[in-house]
Design a protein around this ligand. Structure first.
Ligand SMILES: Cc1ncc(C[n+]2csc(CCOP(=O)(O)OP(=O)(O)O)c2C)c(N)n1
Length: 296
C-alpha cells in the first residue's frame, strides 16, 4: 500500500473528495482483482463496474457508523446486484466494518464472506442479495418503514440492467411511485453487459430513463459517468436538489473497467482470473491507481 493510500485510509470518517474517491476506488479494484484471482473465483466484471459507485457512497455519502452497524437511523444500502459482493466487502472492510484481511477468505468454506452478501453474518450488509430483482422491493420496504417510524434515513438501491430485467423490479417501481416513497434512491449501474451477452442481445431496456419516468419516478435528466467520482458527487447534488420522490439515476459504466482484456466483455462476468491474465491485469490496475494518486 502506498503512503498516500495509507494516509487516506487512516482518516475514513470524513467526506472524501472526488480525486480521493478515484484513488480509493482504483486501489479497491486492485484488491478485488487480487482476491478473485487468489480464490479462483469470478464476478470481476460487475464488481469493477461498480467500484466508484460503491466507494463514493461509503466514503462520501452514507450516514453510517461502522462501530454500530445496526444503528436504526443509518442510511440503508442494498446491493441488488449481489454478485458484485467482492466490491461491497472490500469497501465495507476498509470503511471499518470488519478486518481487511478477512476479505482474503472470500468464498472459503466456513468464511462469513460468501459469494453473495448475507445480512445475518456480515456487519454492514443491510440486505442479503444474489437472486436478481429483489433490491428495489426490499429498498422500498426500508424506505416505507422509515416513513412509518418517522425516521429520516435514505435508502439507496444499486441495480444492474440484468437485475432490472426481472419483472419484480417493475412491480416495486410501480408501488414506490404510487406511494411517492420518500428518500428512496435507485442507482443503475448501466454497463449494458450481462452474464452471457449484452443488454440488447438479452432484453433491451432502452430507453430506460423514459421507462422509469413513465413508471412515475423522478429520473435525473443528466447522464453521469459512474466510473468517475466527480460525476457521482454531482449526482448527489441532484438528489439533494428537490423533494420529488422516488428518484432514479442512471450511471453509464464499463463492465470489467480498467483492465484492457475485460472491459465491456460478458465473458469476464464470472470467469476465473488465471495467472496469465492476473499478471497483465494487475499491472494495468496498479498503473491506474498511480496515475490517480499523481492527480491528488
Ligand atoms: C433471479 C436470478 N436469475 C439469474 C441469476 C444469474 N445471474 C447472476 S448475475 C446475472 C447478470 C447480471 O447482469 P447485471 O444486473 O447487468 O449485472 P452487472 O453487469 O452489473 O454485473 C445473472 C443472469 C441470478 N443471480 N438471479
Amino acid at each position: 500500500m502506498s503512503e498516500i493510500i495509507n494516509r487516506l485510509l487512516s482518516d475514513t470518517n470524513r467526506k472524501f473528495n472526488a480525486a480521493e474517491l478515484d484513488v480509493l476506488s482504483a486501489y479497491f479494484r486492485e484488491m478485488m482483482f487480487t482476491v478473485l484471482h487468489e480464490r479462483g473465483t469470478g464476478h470481476w466484471g460487475g464488481a469493477s463496474s461498480a467500484a466508484e459507485l460503491v466507494t463514493s457512497l461509503y466514503f462520501n455519502r452514507l450516514n453510517i457508523d461502522p462501530k454500530n452497524p445496526g444503528w436504526e437511523d443509518r442510511d440503508r444500502f442494498v446491493l441488488s446486484k449481489g454478485h458484485a459482493s467482492v466490491n461491497l466487502y472490500t469497501v465495507l472492510a476498509h470503511r471499518g466494518f470488519f478486518p481487511v484481511e478477512d476479505v482474503h477468505s472470500f468464498r472459503k468454506l466456513g468464511s462469513y464472506l460468501q459469494g453473495h452478501p448475507a445480512m445475518n453474518k456480515i456487519p454492514g450488509v443491510d440486505m442479503s442479495t444474489g437472486a436478481l430483482g429483489h433490491g428495489i422491493s426490499v429498498g422500498l420496504g426500508m424506505a416505507e418503514a422509515a416513513r412509518l417510524s418517522g425516521k429520516k434515513y435514505t435508502t439507496y438501491v444499486l441495480t444492474g440492467e440484468g437485475c432490472l430485467n426481472e419483472g419484480s423490479s417493475w412491480e416495486a417501481l410501480m408501488v414506490a411511485s404510487k406511494y411517492k416513497t420518500p428518500r428512496l434512491v435507485l442507482m443503475v449501474d448501466y454497463n449494458k453487459v450481462q452474464l452471457d451477452g449484452t443488454e440488447n442481445e438479452i432484453l433491451p431496456l432502452s430507453p430506460l430513463d423514459e421507462k422509469l419516468r413513465a413508471f412515475g419516478w423522478n429520473v435525473c435528466p443528466n447522464k453521469y459517468d459512474g466510473n468517475n467520482s466527480a460525476d457521482i458527487l454531482a449526482s448527489y447534488d441532484w438528489i439533494d436538489s428537490d423533494d420529488n420522490w422516488p428518484k432514479a439515476i442512471i450511471y453509464d459504466t464499463i463492465k470489467g473497467k480498467n483492465v484492457s482484456f475485460s472491459e465491456g466483455k460478458n465473458t469476464w462476468h464470472g470467469a476465473v482470473i488465471d495467472d496469465e491474465h492476473f499478471e497483465i491485469g494487475i499491472k494495468e490496475l496498479e498503473a491506474d491507481t498511480k496515475a490517480k494518486e499523481e492527480r491528488l
